[in-house]
Design a protein around this ligand. Sequence first.
Ligand SMILES: Nc1ncnc2c1ncn2[C@@H]1O[C@H](COP(=O)(O)OP(=O)(O)OP(=O)(O)O)[C@@H](O)[C@H]1O
Length: 307
Amino acid sequence: MIDKEVLRINNVTKLYGNQKALDNVTISVKEGEVAGLIGPNGAGKSTLMKIIVGLIRNYEGNVFIEGENVLSETNKNKKRAGCVIENPGFYPELSGYDNLLYFSKISGCSGKEDIDNIINLLGIKDFVHKKARKYSLGMKQRLGLAQAVLGNPKLLVLDEPTNGLDPNVILNIREFIKYLSEEKRISVIISSHILTEIELMCKKVFFIKNGIIVDEVRPADNLQNPEGSCFVFETDNIRELKDFFKAKNIYTSIHGKGKVIADLKEYSIREILSMLLENNINILGTYRQKASLEKRFIEIMEENIIE
Ligand SMILES: Nc1ncnc2c1ncn2[C@@H]1O[C@H](COP(=O)(O)OP(=O)(O)OP(=O)(O)O)[C@@H](O)[C@H]1O
């Protein structure tokens, strides 16, 4: 059961000179929860992540990990949070494996068995004995993730961990994060520009714009969104169906082969189905359309929230 709070951010404001990069941010992440942070370029995502892991220390407000202020006992907190922010740094002349061995020794938290386990889970066996300087971006990202996990953190902070990676590597990383959250009960906060990625991985998603958290969404809830008025209709005659909706001023779009999405607005699905029947229009199936994160993102980015 998820209830213990691991990350708590209270009223955090960060100024760079006169410019507000974060404006009164308050959020929390529970144990084993994977939370996403989505926002346009310059929204404040990296600044918030650096504050969480103690890389930025000059700000207003408070950040707690497991109830302890991140600014109070630096060393203790460093172990509580692991991170992959910007380019992970390694000893280039050491192999990936020796880098991990070295970090496990200094963190004092993990042994060889843990390293082997992480290597297997992340699928990095094939290259882990190569020198780190020869690593591609995908290799570096996964080695960075392995390193971040070695200290047995309670919280993982991942800034764009899948940016620029190929689909296989993204899948690898996604499954690893799922394992950490479900099996190890590690909390994760992750930023990404890939909205579908966030939708697949995260229990909750924070939208950030101009340094302000403007919305919090739970993607899974959208599956049964009772408010949504968009329905998918499966048909063997798209033209006929589109003409029917057009005559009623109902907005439609094509959604894959044989599928039309219609925003019914003031009509009920029952009314539409009976009208379709009257008009002899054959419908193979219909279901409510899941509200996508992308749609919400576009709405939020279009809303003018600056006073
Ligand atoms: N060191 C800095 N000095 C001055 N301004 C900064 C500094 N770092 C960030 N900023 C500014 O703070 C704001 C937030 O930047 P931040 O990098 O946190 O955004 P972001 O959401 O991570 O953007 P991106 O998606 O492009 O990485 C931006 O306007 C940026 O120009």
